[in-house]
Design a protein around this ligand. Structure first.
Ligand SMILES: [Zn+2]
Length: 114
């Protein structure tokens, strides 16, 4: 995934919200980025600074929460967070029949406005 279109969509959503609530300034935007998206928080911040210029979201603080990868095991039914570098097996029983339940998301969690 590329950071620029993602950043543009953050700005678009934040602007829409600001208009809806008739606010002049967005102070803070919290977003959740799953580890599996491969998005780099630094790049998002960089693009955000450029693309937000002259808009109601200019100067807003971007708070990026990384969401670790979590899986549910179809064998033992446990849910666990996994370390990507160790591979995609169940950390509890070692089974490979697992389903990814977190780590793919990209969403705006909250906006703080003036
Ligand atoms: Zn298991």
């Amino acid at each position: 995934m590329h950071e620029l279109p993602v950043t543009q969509s953050i700005i678009r959503i934040a602007k829409e919200e600001a208009e809806k609530h008739k606010v002049n300034k967005v102070l803070e935007i919290r977003i959740a980025v799953g580890e599996l998206t491969g998005l780099m928080p630094n790049c998002i911040q960089h693009y955000f600074d450029i693309a937000s210029r002259g808009t109601v979201v200019e100067g807003a603080k971007l708070i990026i929460n990384k969401v670790p990868v979590a899986v549910r095991c179809n064998n033992c039914n446990s849910e666990s967070e996994i370390d990507k570098s160790k591979g995609y097996g169940c950390p509890v029983c070692g089974h490979s029949d697992i389903k990814i339940i977190r780590g793919n998301e990209f969403l705006i969690q909250s906006l703080e406005v003036e």
